[in-house]
Design a protein around this ligand. Structure first.
Ligand SMILES: Cc1ncc(C[n+]2csc(CCOP(=O)(O)OP(=O)(O)O)c2C)c(N)n1
Ligand SMILES: [Mg+2]
Length: 584
């Protein structure tokens, strides 16, 4: 342990950041933390100034998801900090180890209603894994370090709240080493029970979740799948949890996921849910398939014990690191007689045929076929969203990272996003906020500058987030934004079509030329109207990334709309008052 040293609290904070391996902090400059900011460069920390604090927290999230290290951001007390709220909630549900530093109003005036004052802990209390409040400047290093340790331990945002006057003074502090607590493989008896279930399975299926990515368990998941001859589904929006080219990879479950994955898991007698909380939205019926195998034995492994058995009934729950647990199961299964061995060839054939059928269906499914979509596409010179998504998929360079926003086309993209390695897909997860994808891919690119980086964003969500083009131009962050211009908040319009007799309100968009806007911001902007032009446009944009140049590819698409998001939560309106009767 390092020794006690005299230093200022700002030095204690910055030394702690350095000790935790922090090299980038996203934020907008503010007087509240200027004393610490001043010495960032000497500690090897690059401050990445952004356009909006929501961008900073999303970038920290993307940085964490791409690197597996902490993402860090900071903001001015009061309004700068409240601008973090949506991004913190998003990072919470993306299980991202971000530390957001929130200087607050001075301790001597707190409660008097001074400038930029608000209580900053209650606002974040339900969307953080840990909240550290520096209640005395002498505790700066201790509490800062705990935020970093807890963010990693509990896989989620930690808040470091610091009264702004506590940056100043003279203290004695010790800078401690990061405290990383291993989760291990989990309870021995539960692992034995899980191995027995898997050994007895006739149609085992693995459901690989975000925990596989976080724990670096891909190799173990592949080995388990190979040993068992088990199909592997990705949990919703974790298409990078298992290599897509593997013969046993079945694709993602959930909204706009793979029919092959759904049909295969429906046949399972044992499911190994590895590193997944089995979130309720991610296993809803899709494509008319109610696929969750209620009769199957479910083994659920997750690092968070609170999610075990929470959403789905399970037979065995194991609190563990996904990698260690998968390795422990492999050990137990090696050399054991597997009930599924006899039907292995038959199973592999079934997997191949379901995948082949889904691929063929996707290839033929170039446009939506519901009456609304047929109507709006007729006579349009623009691209069908599905054929565009297929062309993007085919043009995607190797090793690409892709973030996706919340919207109809982004959701349909789920069927067309395949990855070979983890830390490649950064979808807006369960919090589901429009405006997520672009800043997140910027953060991912800062973390992994050598990898090609793409954001898929609908034109409505783009309106929320395009301000960070300023950051890309100023900081020379080179990413490619694929903006789907269908002149509508499509995902919501779909509900108007399906449930509200096309009574449109606030769903039609009048856009400027998004390509021209990008150029005005100092980025590249290209309008793409034909599928045949997609590959070249994507290639050029990817190439420009290595010069630190961001490109907006404005894809002109028809107004067709795929299946709705919330079929589960909407119903036809019923009105009782005469005044509203026609609204039904
Ligand atoms: C911050 C936020 N506001 C509103 C919503 C509700 N919402 C969900 S999808 C959607 C429409 C997205 O439109 P667009 O980005 O243009 O994509 P499209 O559906 O047209 O493909 C909206 C408004 C949301 N998810 N997040
Ligand atoms: Mg749109």
């Amino acid at each position: 342990m390092a020794e006690l040293q005299k230093m200022g609290p700002s030095e204690a904070l910055v030394e702690t950041l350095a000790a935790q391996g922090v090299t980038h902090v996203f934020g907008i400059v503010g007087s509240a933390f200027m004393d610490a900011l001043d010495i960032f460069p000497a500690a090897g920390i690059r401050f990445v100034p952004v356009a909006h604090e929501q961008g900073a927290i999303h970038m920290a999230d993307g940085y964490a998801r791409a690197s597996g290290r902490h993402g860090v951001c900071i903001a001015q007390n009061g309004p700068g900090v409240t601008n973090f709220v949506t991004g913190v909630a998003a990072a919470y549900w993306a299980h991202s180890p971000v530390v957001f530093i929130t200087p607050e109003t001075g301790s001597m005036t707190m409660g008097l209603g001074g400038f930029q004052e608000t209580e900053q802990l209650p606002i974040f209390s339900k969307i953080t894994k840990y909240q550290g409040h520096v209640n005395n400047p002498k505790r700066m290093a201790e509490i800062a370090a705990r935020c970093f340790d807890r963010a990693m331990l509990e896989r989620g945002p930690a808040q470091l709240n610091i009264p702004r006057d506590f940056f100043y003074g003279e203290i004695e502090a010790t800078i401690t080493e990061p405290l990383r607590i291993g989760q291990g493989a989990g309870d021995e008896a539960a692992l034995d029970a899980a191995a027995t279930l898997l050994a007895g399975a006739r149609f085992p299926v693995i459901l690989a979740g975000g925990g596989v990515i976080a724990a670096g368990a891909t190799a173990e998941a592949v080995a388990l799948a190979d040993l068992l001859g088990a199909a592997v589904c990705n949990s919703y929006l974790h298409n990078d949890s298992f290599p897509a080219s593997h013969a046993l990879a079945a694709g993602p479950l959930g909204y706009q996921g793979s029919k092959a994955a759904m049909k295969l898991i429906a046949q399972a007698d044992v499911v190994l849910a590895l590193g997944t909380r089995l979130g309720p939205f991610g296993t809803l019926p899709q494509h008319g398939l109610d696929y969750w195998p209620r009769q199957a034995k479910i083994i659920q492994i997750d690092s968070d014990p609170r999610v075990l058995g929470l959403v789905k009934p399970i037979s065995v729950g194991i609190q563990a690191d996904a990698r260690a647990a998968a390795a422990a199961l492999l050990e137990r299964l090696k050399g054991r007689t597997l009930a599924g061995a006899a039907s292995r060839a038959e199973r592999l054939a079934r997997i191949a045929s379901e995948k082949g059928a889904w691929e063929a269906e996707l290839s033929a499914w170039t446009q939506e076929r519901d009456p609304y979509s047929l109507e709006v596409a007729a006579g349009s010179k623009y691209m069908h969203p599905r054929e565009m998504l297929r062309a993007l998929e085919q043009a995607m360079p190797e090793g690409a990272m892709v973030s996706t926003d919340i919207g109809n086309i982004c959701s349909v993209a789920n069927s067309y996003l395949r990855f070979e390695k983890p830390r490649s897909m950064f979808a807006a997860m369960s919090f589901g906020n429009c405006g997520y994808a672009f800043p997140v891919i910027c953060g991912a690119k800062v973390a992994s500058p050598g990898r090609p980086a793409f954001a898929y964003v609908g034109d409505g969500a783009w309106g929320i987030s395009f301000n960070e083009l300023l950051t890309c131009a100023r900081e020379r962050i080179g990413v490619t934004v694929v903006v789907f211009n269908n002149s509508q908040w499509g995902a919501e319009k779909k509900n108007h079509v399906d449930f509200y007799s096309r009574r449109y309100q606030g769903v039609n968009l009048e856009n400027p030329s998004w390509a021209a806007v990008a150029r005005a911001f100092g980025c590249e902007g290209v309008t793409v109207e034909r599928t045949a032009d997609i590959a070249a446009a994507l290639r050029d944009a990817a190439r420009a990334q290595s010069d630190g140049k961001t490109t907006v590819l404005e894809m002109m698409v028809t107004q067709e709309l795929g299946d709705p998001f919330r079929r589960d939560a909407l119903s036809k309106p019923v009105r009782y008052l005469a005044k509203y009767r026609q609204y039904s």
